[in-house]
Design a protein around this ligand. Structure first.
Ligand SMILES: Cc1ncc(COP(=O)(O)O)c(C=O)c1O
Length: 336
């Protein structure tokens, strides 16, 4: 086990299911399997649920009792930090950017879950760059420490980023084991790319294990050129912590940024159609921000032969389903 020596707090149900999707396979012309990270548990599942096992494992040994993080108001990361804090008897302090319209609406989706889970939610200025976000989190950490708390900041630039990457090295090993039991490795895996930690860990783990599987990262924002270097940086930090020599090189992850251009979290007709298709041909509800873009990329690449006909392909469903409630107007009532 590559990650066996890493501190870990058990929070989720592993291994997550690996489901055959025969109706979608027939429709897409590939042998599709869905890795149901969205069923991991904790609160509603997803990639953030899995990675918090490593984050909390590291932090609990240091006596931390308060978790501070900044992200979007519909963030899956913040929801799972709130859930993990609740599970472990800690306080979550969540910083979300101001939004004139949403600040006056009843909370919904993940933002509602922050409240239900008992987080201390603070609205902060919108549009801050990453340096300003780090400084703001540090101010909150100092304020809480002065009140006797033992706070830690969960930010991708800090240990959180390493733990998040390591968690998907672990997921890679889990996947390889599942396919070994079934017989035959997959041709490719498709997974969403936001900040890039998840895909970095998955690709690093598969490469370290010698799996003959291509990793296709579907960017939800940003450009492939920028994200490629970021992903290799995440992988290098994780490899260093794990004490392994494997490194990611340019080209180890096939980055697809064609679906980033429509905008982060913007629901297009093509995304609506693919959400409906996966729901109606497999019963899985994909989130519009991350996994609908992955499903669309997979569908379109299979249609033009970029995935060979009949090839065994895995789609990681990394969760995020609470976001659908924010898109009710676009997703409802469009029966073809
Ligand atoms: C549902 C979901 N999938 C995928 C990702 C992408 O993970 P990463 O930021 O590690 O690329 C995120 C990140 O927020 C997410 O919430």
């Amino acid at each position: 086990m590559i990650c066996a020596q890493q501190p870990r707090t058990r929070l989720v149900h592993l291994p997550t299911p690996l489901e055959a999707a025969p109706r979608l396979s027939d429709a897409l012309g590939v042998d599709l399997w869905i890795k149901r990270e969205d069923l991991a548990g904790l609160c509603v599942g997803g990639n953030k649920s899995r990675l918090l096992e490593f984050v909390l494992g590291s932090l609990r040994t240091t006596g931390v009792d308060t978790l501070i993080a900044h992200a979007a108001r519909q963030s899956n990361k913040l929801r799972d930090i709130a859930a993990a804090a609740a599970r472990c008897g800690m306080q979550a302090v969540l910083l979300i950017p101001a939004d004139d319209e949403a600040d006056h609406e009843a909370p919904q989706g993940n933002r509602l879950l922050f409240d239900i889970l008992g987080a201390d939610v603070r609205v902060v200025p919108a549009g801050l760059d990453h340096g300003a976000v780090l400084a703001l989190q540090e101010d909150v950490r100092a304020e809480l420490a002065a009140r006797g708390r033992r706070p830690a900041i969960l930010d991708r630039a800090l240990d959180y980023g390493v733990d998040a990457t390591i968690a998907y090295v672990d997921a890679a090993e889990e996947l390889v084991g599942q396919f070994a039991a079934l017989g035959g490795a997959p041709h490719s895996v498709f997974i969403a790319v936001g900040a890039g930690m998840t895909v970095a860990g998955l690709a690093l783990g598969l490469k370290h294990l010698g799996a003959p599987t291509q990793v296709v990262g579907v960017c939800v924002a940003g450009t492939a050129a920028d994200l490629d270097a970021t992903i290799r940086h995440h992988a290098a930090r994780a490899a260093e912590r794990l004490g392994i020599a494997t490194q990611l090189e340019a080209g180890d992850v096939v980055l697809v940024d064609d679906y980033a251009a429509t905008g982060y979290g913007v629901l297009t007709p093509a995304l609506t159609a693919v959400i409906h298709r996966f729901a109606r041909e497999h019963g899985v509800v994909l989130d519009p921000v991350y996994n609908a873009k992955v499903a669309l990329a997979l569908t379109e690449r299979a249609a033009v032969g970029q995935v060979p006909a009949g090839a065994k392909v895995v789609m990681f469903n990394t969760g995020g389903t609470p976001a659908i409630y924010q898109y009710a107007a676009g997703l409802a009532g469009t029966l073809e």
